[in-house]
Design a protein around this ligand. Structure first.
Ligand code: AP5
Length: 212
């Protein structure tokens, strides 16, 4: 199964991806996580680091190159779940080419819809456990006392606004792109995470009945 999670920052892509990868035994490919890992390792181009911290988008070519290499890894043999890629129409077009060269196709594009005020609230209260990568929310899903918490640089209120604007300006153009291809499934991303997972699984069942 090859599926794509699309949605604004804070819509729950990472939260849902963790559940889906465990259920389907396929990897989550999060370009944001890959960039943060490179940042942590000190190997990220300083220009990209500045773009990320300010809430902008890293150039398409760099992201496409990253995905081109990643999908050849052994763990992608049975499929993968893309989280945060593609984010622009040029990225989506490039992905189609990368997949076609490998005789692969996309099964579903799942869009998580959440109103902007709720997104801001989710991002500002998000914390991630550095060791496990587990995502928490200080109010809705509080971390255990022994978690080693990290507050992402781009979750500061000034960067959050810029990221939401970038989503509206660039990424929302993806939705009609995938809609015309009949791949887009719009889902309500509001409600307890388990309820949202139920909606995601139903949409995947419809897109690919053998997946479960
Ligand atoms: P990336 O890491 O992809 O960030 P994002 O798209 O902004 O998404 P987030 O990780 O912020 O949110 P999410 O939807 O995963 O929500 P989460 O599950 O954590 O990208 C970061 C940066 O990298 C970009 O800004 C850009 O600079 C760069 N980048 C990455 N990919 C790129 C690309 N392809 N092209 C160019 N640049 C790229 O949930 C958020 C919070 O809400 C958590 O606290 C969680 O506990 C809580 N929550 C989740 N679900 C629920 C629920 N149902 N109810 C209540 N709370 C919930």
């Amino acid at each position: 199964m090859i599926a794509i999670l699309v949605g604004p920052p804070g819509s729950g892509k990472g939260t849902q991806a963790k559940v889906l990868t465990a259920r389907f035994g396929i990897p989550q490919i999060s370009t944001g996580d890959m960039l943060r890992a490179a940042k942590q390792a000190g190997t990220l181009d300083p220009r990209y680091r500045a773009i990320m911290d300010a809430g902008g988008l890293v150039p398409d070519e760099a992201m496409i190159e990253l995905i081109d290499k990643r999908i050849d890894a052994d763990d992608c043999k049975n499929g993968f779940l893309l989280d945060g890629f593609p984010r622009t129409v040029p990225q989506a077009e490039a992905l189609e080419g990368l997949l076609a060269r490998r005789s692969l196709t996309i099964d579903a594009v799942l869009q998580l819809d959440v109103p902007r005020d709720l997104l801001e609230e989710r991002l500002i209260h998000r914390r991630t456990d550095k060791r496990s990568g587990q995502i928490y929310h200080l109010v809705y899903n509080p971390p255990p006392p022994d978690a080693e918490l990290e507050h992402r640089a781009d979750d500061r209120p000034e960067a959050v606004g810029k990221r939401l604007d970038a989503y509206e300006a660039m990424t929302s153009a993806l939705l009609p792109y995938y809609e015309t291809k009949g791949l887009l499934r719009r889902l309500d991303g509001v409600g307890p995470p388990e309820e949202v997972t139920g909606r995601v699984l139903l949409a995947l069942d419809r897109a690919n009945p053998v997946a479960t």
